[in-house]
Design a binder for this molecule. Structure first.
Ligand code: ATP
Length: 369
């Protein structure tokens, strides 16, 4: 087991800055997820940790040792990548057993130890019936599970995984998430897992680093990145639907300052500065009020989408600004209805419109009026 640390790591490909001054500290035994949109630098970050790329600047440490320029084989990491390559001439059993067989002496493993480990991961990944087949006789999802098994059969210091479940159908993926998480916790192997799927990240991670254009925008527990986004990018990347973002303005008249948003205004302390801001509120934290009470916002229903156990309602605040609300299925509204909305003010976030960064003071003031 080992901790992993990246110190101001930069990786360029020609003019592209794939990884831009990334610093991360991943604890021993942690399940750490790199989450972000396509092209944000997740895979490159993982390859830098694996030793498949060397950084242009910065350092990489595994278990406290500087491994920045060490070969992959000298890092004691096991990897599963999106483009898994299985040995086409070996059957599934031998593919999975291969990493143990080549290190048999070093690991002190007997044939029956190897067999036991292979069968254990095969069972977990539900590929026991396929052990005699060749990779060419497997579906894409089965091949992916064999590749994952080949990484899991090893007990390295660090597991590195790049979208290892992406080719599986929805049900199998959910089952595999749980199995993988269970095995990781049981063995306590530090794991760095790349995905662009927020549901996967939120359900598996101890902590998540949300990345955008080569940078780490925020690191935190699933709950922290979801409820306390530090940047408008994180607020709108996470959630389904994502956080509502409404453009507002802070202005002063005589002695008071106020935040003016489409359809409502609120008095705020004078200390918050002036200018354009984004007010963010998640669809989960808006309620449809039974009537026009104090502080309720008037809105017009545009679209109603029933989604199994809940409904997503899109409403307009001022004829222009749209806001999404998540409600129970039994809330009866239809397009054209006038409704009244109550925001849970303890859950709003306010961001600087220019930098996208959280405005701590203003967020705090609005949360505790
Ligand atoms: P995805 O989810 O699509 O796999 P990602 O977040 O893993 O994306 P990376 O693969 O790390 O992103 O790529 C980051 C940036 O670096 C992209 O702009 C990509 O085009 C670029 N890039 C990655 N590898 C290379 C390479 N070998 N040569 C040139 N550019 C590269």
């Amino acid at each position: 087991m080992a901790s992993v640390r990246l110190e101001s790591v930069v990786k360029r490909f020609g003019r592209t800055i794939a990884v831009d001054r990334v610093s991360l500290e991943i604890g021993d035994g942690e399940f750490f997820v790199l989450l972000g949109p396509s092209g944000c630098g997740k895979t490159t970050t993982l390859r830098l940790i694996a030793g498949l790329e060397y950084p242009d600047e910065g350092r990489v440490y595994i278990g406290g040792e500087d491994v920045t320029y060490r070969e992959p084989g000298e890092r004691n990491v096991a990897m599963v990548f999106q483009n898994y390559a299985l040995y086409p001439n070996m059957n599934v059993y031998d593919n999975i057993a291969f990493p143990l067989k080549v290190r048999r002496r070093k690991l002190g493993l007997s044939n029956s130890d190897i067999r036991e480990r292979v069968l254990e991961v095969a069972r977990m990944l539900r590929i026991e019936e396929l052990l005699d087949r060749k990779p060419g006789q497997l579906s894409g999802g089965q091949q992916q599970r064999v590749a994952l098994a080949r990484a899991l059969v090893r007990r390295p210091s660090v597991w590195l995984m790049d979208e290892p479940l992406s080719n599986l159908d929805a049900l199998l993926r959910i089952a595999m998430r749980a199995e993988l998480k269970r095995l990781q916790k049981e063995l306590g192997i530090t794991t760095i897992y790349v995905t662009h799927d927020q549901a996967e990240a939120l359900s598996m991670a101890d902590r998540i680093a949300v990345m955008d254009r080569g940078r780490v925008m925020q690191v935190g527990s699933p709950q922290e990145v979801f409820l306390e986004p530090r940047h408008v990018f994180v607020a709108t990347f996470l959630g389904s639907p994502p956080m509502n973002i409404v453009r507002c303005r802070i202005s002063y008249s005589q002695e008071t300052a106020q935040i003016s948003c489409p359809g409502f205004t609120r008095i705020v302390p004078q200390t918050v500065g002036e200018g354009e801001v984004y007010l963010g509120i998640r669809p989960e934290f808006i309620k449809i009020a039974p009537h026009s009470g104090e502080g309720a916002l008037r809105a017009e229903v545009l679209v109603v989408e029933p989604l199994g156990v809940e409904k997503i309602i899109t409403a307009s605040l001022d004829g222009e600004t749209q806001i999404k609300i998540k409600t129970a299925l039994d809330v009866e509204v239809k397009p054209g209805d006038t409704i009244y909305l109550e925001l849970d003010w303890s859950r709003v976030s306010v961001f600087d419109a220019e930098s996208g960064r959280i405005l701590e003071t203003l967020t705090k003031e609005l949360r505790e009026p």
